[in-house]
Design a protein around this ligand. Sequence first.
Ligand SMILES: C[S@@+](CC[C@H](N)C(=O)[O-])C[C@H]1O[C@@H](n2cnc3c(N)ncnc32)[C@H](O)[C@@H]1O
Length: 238
Amino acid sequence: MTAYAGKHQGGSAVARYQRKLDNRIDRLRHGEEVKLLARYAKGAVYDCTIGTGRFIGLLPQVTSYGGMDASAEFVSYVTSANPEVAASVRDLTNGIDEPDGTYDCVICLRSLSGIGHLPTIVPAMVRVTKPGGLIILDYGRRPVEVKLDGHTTVLDGEDLDGVLAHVDASLVERHLCDAVLTRLKRAPRLFRLINGRLGRLLPDAALNAVERIAAPIWWERQILVLRRNDRAVPDLER
Ligand SMILES: C[S@@+](CC[C@H](N)C(=O)[O-])C[C@H]1O[C@@H](n2cnc3c(N)ncnc32)[C@H](O)[C@@H]1O
């Protein structure tokens, strides 16, 4: 198992992940992701890293939600809280063990940066999507070195554009984000200010507006919405 997958394992994995997201900046980022997903995700959705299932029940056009994750604790948390969700413990670096053309929308958010293996995973996401269906994934702008459990790991180090050039899908929207909010999060004093009582003087709408204005220049992450190409099979009888 990679150090990245290992970060989300163990008895306290769910509580740790929820604590990490329990701050104003992450709530705003989550809210923007929900808005984007709610516009596009419909029908049967497959989430390649279901995590704690933070999108389940928030996407009005979705009729069924399922997925996978390498963390047994996350999968068991999601399926106990949502018995209607089919989720299994699997390693995405081995591809996706689902039939071709099954889902209306296949998503993978906040994961590929650390998991890597884009040449395996992205074509697999396209393969299990129905022709005409959507694939939604995110990736960082440039490689970053981080320490995970004492080991140096590179996030966002692969050639996403090179992989996308070879999949049978076309770009629908490129949403640029993590321009100001994530930078604020990395500055401990500003982070405390935004989360504290004084920070309430700056309404959420204002923070989101600043983020939107800055994103075209300062973005650190992009969320891509792709559509699997839907080529009609020629009718040779005619
Ligand atoms: C930052 S969390 C994101 C979870 C969820 N997609 C979200 O947006 O809240 C990263 C997720 O990737 C999962 N993960 C890491 N390596 C994996 C792998 N090789 N195969 C499947 N899931 C993996 C982790 O268990 C974790 O749930």
